[in-house]
Design a protein around this ligand. Sequence first.
Ligand SMILES: Cc1ncc(COP(=O)(O)O)c(C=O)c1O
Length: 447
Amino acid sequence: MLRDKSSSAEAQALRDDILLRTRRYFRAAYEERTFTPDEDVVPVSGRTFDESEFVALVDASLDFWLTTGRYAERFEKEFARWFGVRECVLVNSGSSANLCAIMALTSPELGERRLRPGDEVITAAAGFPTTVNPIVQAGCIPVFVDSELTTYNADLSQFSRALSPKTKAVMIAHTLGNPYDPEAVRQFCREHGLWMIEDTCDAVGATWNGQQVGTFGDIATVSFYPAHHLTMGEGGAVMMRSPKLRKIVESFRDWGRDCWCATGKENTCGKRFDWQLGDLPHGYDHKYTYTHIGYNLKLTDMQAAIGVAQLAKVDHFIAARKRNAKRLLGLLSEVRWLGLPSEAPGGSSSWFGFPIRVLPGAPIDRNTLVQRLTDRKIGTRLVFAGNLVRQPAYANVAYRLVGELPNADTIMNDVFWVGTFPGLGDAELDFIARAIVEAAVAHESSR
Ligand SMILES: Cc1ncc(COP(=O)(O)O)c(C=O)c1O
């Protein structure tokens, strides 16, 4: 076995040198590009980074701690403070965050309020699959409401029709960073004794009446995949006020264990060999005592280190996304055949992307437009799964529908989005707007 000499003067001096060279490497390897339309790609999303992410990543690598460690601990504290809740639990993706959030609500520790198989969870049909999949995995029934057509958020007016004696929770995403009214959802949940989970994977920095979305419900989730406001490569977080929920979420993340020791620590509870739980013998090691059917969804400290560097720039990232969306809105507002997004009164979007609807009677259909933009190297995306219930994966899933979901079909057929991420400048955004108009002209003249 190796003895750790990493705090020796020689090791420290080498580390400083490596980090200095890492900065130099970054400067040698990257520079701001100038944009040439039709030659350079206009990505729909991407990592925005500088030398500080490189330095943090290499620093964490030299620790060689590998699993969750000092950077993760720091990120959880700093991000919770910035977000405006007490607790943050890091996980390895936004999907894992959603899984932990729903599974936490199945815990026997929550008594009568816990989710049981057959219970119903209100959600939106137009969205991302892993907002819904944990509901299915918990044996619960997703109840799909339709969405609105300019915010692309769940239609809250359908909630009373979605409600049944089996309803236990509401779990919906703030679509593409644009907030739904979380006060109205919270009011509905309080009236009917429901859990409220806000999927804020795409909505870091979005606010409702000045308050960060994700702080209205019982639990919120965040993704740090590269397309998102902050990235760790892969990563996610579960946010909540309640320390009790935190402990349950951590248990599901950490194999389902009852022990709450941080990685590498032992006997935090002071009675590691003095518990008696279940039918286990008294004194059975608490580290190996399981109170939930859990997983291992932890991330590595290298990922968290990148997050710490990103978090220092979060306000700047959000401002850039807002600025870019505002520019696109201005550039496209005269195009009569496009439906542009709007914010609900009280909502301030932290645009994950800029959704565009091709209106009925437009000179070009959505698919042809997307193809023509692709030909000009402009990245586009659809609003995730479109209408989830039309996806093959859900063919044999038990769910309930509220009405026919016509707007989810419109979102599936007629809507796409373009990028707003901070890596895009005015030149790229102007080109996107110009290329949309030119695509329609070229399509009409080719017919
Ligand atoms: C609304 C929503 N929820 C959850 C996720 C899943 O996040 P991840 O890709 O980190 O698993 C995404 C992914 O973009 C998303 O858009």
